[in-house]
Design a protein around this ligand. Structure first.
Ligand SMILES: [Zn+2]
Length: 295
């Protein structure tokens, strides 16, 4: 996937896990002060020792910073690509697209939907209209999907360091798809409907909502391809592969409750691939009516 040299979104922010700041900050200074009073240790030495003790975590955050520089830029470009496309689509319908925020976090993050950890996976919170991505997610995707990217033989110079890019973009586009559902009032309707039906029907509605987000991701890919020709050989396979493999996205409760892991909300791999492809081939949101005749 080609992404360098395009505009990056200004809606991306980073949030480092607050819990990891103990070594520095005010807590560290207070501890150093106490050490000084009790043991006569120079606070500056103590602070330095403190940093040495937490060296493991600061080392890993340096490591992360190196990978997130590139990842952050990538995320900014992909989010900007979604902004361009969805602005276009909303304009065509005589409406205005409101851009979501995206927060990159490491470890823990608190959202309007409750607090989440890296284990939660990527999610969208309707309460603050924000997509949340943990940085470890990229590392995992590279590990899980990078290999298959190589095997698909799109190789050579084109493939260098790019394996898995489009799969990552697809995940972001899927989360933005949930944002679009929120703007269109679909998420709210689904949530209301879910209150009034059986558990099985409620799960089914969730699946349909997820499949529509996949379809919206496909629509985005098609429209972005028209706009900037960003796809490379093997990219679609990559995304289809990702659509089949990634079940970690968690649906955040629109009610503003906690982010609840839900294992029933994503549909089968085949369904996900099918709806992504449908959006991709049509480039039209009308083709993404996963709900018709659902209940
Ligand atoms: Zn989803």
């Amino acid at each position: 996937m080609k992404w360098q040299g395009r505009r990056g979104s200004s809606n991306v922010r980073s949030s480092t896990g607050g819990g990891k700041m103990i070594g520095g900050g005010i807590g560290g200074i207070i501890i150093a002060g106490i050490l000084w009073l009790v043991f006569g240790v120079n606070p500056m030495t103590a602070l330095q020792t403190g940093q040495a003790v937490t060296g493991g975590s600061s080392e890993s955050s340096t490591e992360l910073a190196t990978s997130t520089d590139r990842d952050t830029q990538f995320v900014k470009v992909v989010l900007a690509d979604t902004e361009e496309v969805w602005h276009q689509i909303f304009n065509e319908a005589g409406s205005t697209y409101q851009e979501p925020s995206l927060i990159l976090f490491n470890g823990q993050v608190s959202s309007a939907c409750g607090s989440a950890s890296s284990a939660t996976g990527p999610f969208y919170c309707p309460g603050d209209q924000t997509v949340y991505l943990d940085t470890s997610f990229f590392v995992e995707m590279r590990q899980n999907l990078g290999i298959s990217g190589d095997q698909q033989g799109s190789g050579g110079e084109e493939n260098q360091g790019k394996a898995g890019d489009f799969a990552q973009a697809y995940v972001i586009a899927h989360e933005v798809g949930h944002h679009v559902q929120t703007l269109l009032g679909i998420s709210q309707q689904v949530n209301e409907a879910r209150q009034q039906v059986t558990q099985a029907q409620s799960n089914k509605l969730s699946v349909l909502q997820e499949l529509q987000a996949d379809c919206f991701a496909g629509v985005w890919a098609q429209r972005n391809q028209e706009r900037v020709q960003f796809l490379e050989v093997g990219d679609i396979d990559e995304a289809v592969n990702a659509a089949g493999q990634i079940g970690d996205d968690r649906l955040a409760k629109a009610s503003g409750g906690a982010v609840v892991p839900d294992n029933f909300t994503h549909g089968t791999s085949q369904q996900r691939v099918e709806w992504f492809t449908r959006g991709l081939e049509s480039g039209n949101v009308q083709s993404c009516d996963t709900f018709s005749g659902a209940l």
